[in-house]
Design a protein around this ligand. Structure first.
Ligand code: NAG
Ligand code: NAG
Length: 248
């Protein structure tokens, strides 16, 4: 795509995004910026936690606690049903674990023109949060599993690059997106260098551009699923997962 096409698509997506948040029932109205919530099996509701020393001091965890961090995608918020369901499933699968939800809905959905800068800010804040968990609560990075969907998958790669206390234990990229414009450095997308274990799940064309992790699942070939519409973003023509496979 050329710059003009990118501009037109960006403006259209911004308009769609505004309509989506207006009709969308669960956006966290009134709260803006990068927000963190935590969930445990011992209380029903999520609770907000600030990415500060005082914030992490109040978290119910020990250095052995398994922590899952979920990062939503473009036009989404942490109140999406799939995130609520995944949170419940993780708390059942890992009794005593902690689930942290990252929410940034306004920074990308309404602020589309600042999406890349805001994406970096979301990643930086999340990495600082993780560093606080390690430095102030003794959490081991091997116990941290970041799960990101679409743009959130890409952000999880940025988080892996920005964590200063070491290497993240695990990242799962669910159809992690890849920049439209050719990225200058590897720290703009998810790749196998971002965590000790990077697992990717690819179910759509959008998710097929990012480079491989350590383990890659290509559901039904990874481009389109039975029963789904053929809607997909235009090909950028830069990189495709299969090209990465031949690149050392
Ligand atoms: C969420 O869980 C409910 C209850 O198990 C299920 O009916 C629904 O399909 C799930 N929705 C999503 C989006 O996962
Ligand atoms: C994010 O952190 C990186 C270094 O880790 C820094 O270079 C960059 O300026 C920061 N960006 C924002 C938006 O805070």
């Amino acid at each position: 795509m050329n710059m003009k096409q990118i501009l037109v698509v960006s403006i259209l997506m911004a308009l769609v995004a505004v309509v989506v948040v207006k009709v969308y029932p669960n956006y966290p109205s009134g709260k803006l910026g990068v927000l963190f919530y935590y969930c445990t099996s011992s209380h029903e509701d999520r609770r907000e936690v600030k990415a500060t020393s005082a914030g992490v001091a109040g978290l119910p965890l020990s250095s052995d606690t398994q922590i899952s961090i979920i990062i939503h995608g473009y036009t989404e918020s942490s109140f999406r049903v799939w995130i609520l369901n995944l949170t419940d499933a993780l708390l059942v699968a890992e009794p005593g674990s902690l689930v942290i939800l990252v929410d940034y809905w306004d920074l990308v959905t309404i602020s589309r023109p600042y999406m890349m800068a805001n994406t970096r800010q979301i990643a930086n804040t999340t990495a600082q949060f993780i560093d606080l968990l390690v430095e102030e609560r003794g959490v081991r990075l091997s116990k941290i599993h970041v799960i990101g969907f679409s743009l959130g998958g890409r952000i999880s790669g940025l988080v892996g690059d920005r964590v200063k206390s070491g290497t993240l234990g695990r990242i799962t990229g669910l159809d992690a997106s890849y920049p439209w414009l050719p990225p200058k450095t590897k720290d703009e997308f998810l790749d196998a260098s971002d965590a000790a274990l990077v697992v990717t799940l690819r179910t759509s064309t959008i998710g097929s551009y990012s480079p491989p992790g350590h383990i890659d699942f290509h559901a039904n070939g990874g481009h389109i699923q039975p029963g789904c519409s053929t809607w997909y973003l235009p090909k950028t023509g830069y990189t495709h997962a299969s090209d990465w496979l031949t690149t050392p």
